[in-house]
Design a protein around this ligand. Structure first.
Ligand code: ATR
Length: 271
């Protein structure tokens, strides 16, 4: 049986095995998808053992997305631009890396949430790895402007410079977000996960755009409650997780699963 894993640390609570089991059932494919915990300081040995043992593919989650890119012999443009990989596949003995996170975000925003990126002002909060992973796919949708706002301005400036040739991207400090009606606000900071909710300034919330947190479940709750309270539409990142999984499944298996029923089933089981 073809074997796949999600590698992380911790990884026991990952929803990916459930999502891929639902995809496989939907398409009548026979495969096994499990979790694999790797030592924090030795991703490569765990990944090597898995692929040497005949594993076909892996998703990679925190804290190993940079290690995964280094581990692969080949990488897609979008993985190289993101500087990180959440996807590995073994093809003819060669390990290839890709990054499906940005495509997952774009699919969730545009298809599931019916938000319009093209021609809109988009605000991306944070300038860490999570932001870097989604900038190129966001810019490919041709927003009027992508503002990357970060507590540490220099990190936002570095990202804006890195991606400047791909579209209209500017950096701003988190406490001085420039004016302009933002149709979409994406929280890619780690504040939710740390339990310190981020506050949006009134001029951002007043545009009544979509507030999106790349985290999901409890981690996203405070930011989303704040955004809803300020009059915005709001969504967590569960749809992004399902969409990046669908993109991964298609890359491995050549068939794209439908996501709506899978997302609905996951939502029905969560509070
Ligand atoms: P990740 O890989 O999840 O993006 P990271 O690289 O550590 O994690 O980046 C965390 C992001 O959350 C950064 O943009 C960070 O801002 P700084 O660059 O200024 O550190 C942001 N962040 C974390 N805690 C924050 C807080 N309390 N307020 C605002 N931004 C915060």
């Amino acid at each position: 049986m073809d074997r796949y894993v999600v590698i992380g640390n911790p990884v026991a609570h990952s929803l990916s095995p459930r999502i891929h089991a639902l995809f496989a059932k939907q398409l009548g494919e026979t495969l096994e998808y499990a979790t694999l915990v790797a030592p924090r300081d030795d991703f490569a040995s765990a990944a090597r053992a898995f692929f040497d043992g005949g594993g076909r593919g892996a998703n990679v989650t925190l804290p190993f997305k940079l290690d995964a890119l280094r581990f692969a012999s080949r990488a897609s443009d979008r993985a190289r631009l993101a500087g990180a990989a959440n996807f590995l596949a073994s093809r003819a003995g060669i390990i290839e890396a890709d990054n499906t996170d940005g495509a997952g975000l774009v699919s969730d925003l545009t298809r599931n949430l019916r938000a319009t990126i093209a021609g809109s002002n988009v605000l991306l909060l944070g300038a860490g790895g999570a932001s870097r992973g989604v900038i190129a796919p966001l810019l490919a949708q041709r927003p009027a402007r992508l503002v990357v706002a970060n507590r540490t301005l220099d990190k936002a400036r570095d990202l804006a410079a890195h991606f400047a040739n791909l579209g209209n991207i500017v950096a701003a400090p988190l406490d001085a977000i420039p004016g302009g009606e933002y149709g979409i606000v994406v929280n890619a900071t780690s504040t939710s996960v740390q339990g310190e909710p981020l506050r949006l300034p009134a001029h951002v919330a007043d545009a009544r755009g979509l507030a999106y947190d790349m985290a999901y479940g409890d981690a996203a709750r405070a930011f989303l409650e704040h955004a809803r309270g300020a009059g915005m539409r709001a969504s967590d990142g569960l749809g992004m997780l399902v969409e990046q999984a669908a993109e991964s499944f298609e890359l491995w298996r050549g068939r794209r699963p439908a996501t709506a029923a899978v997302l609905a089933e996951l939502r029905a089981r969560r509070p």
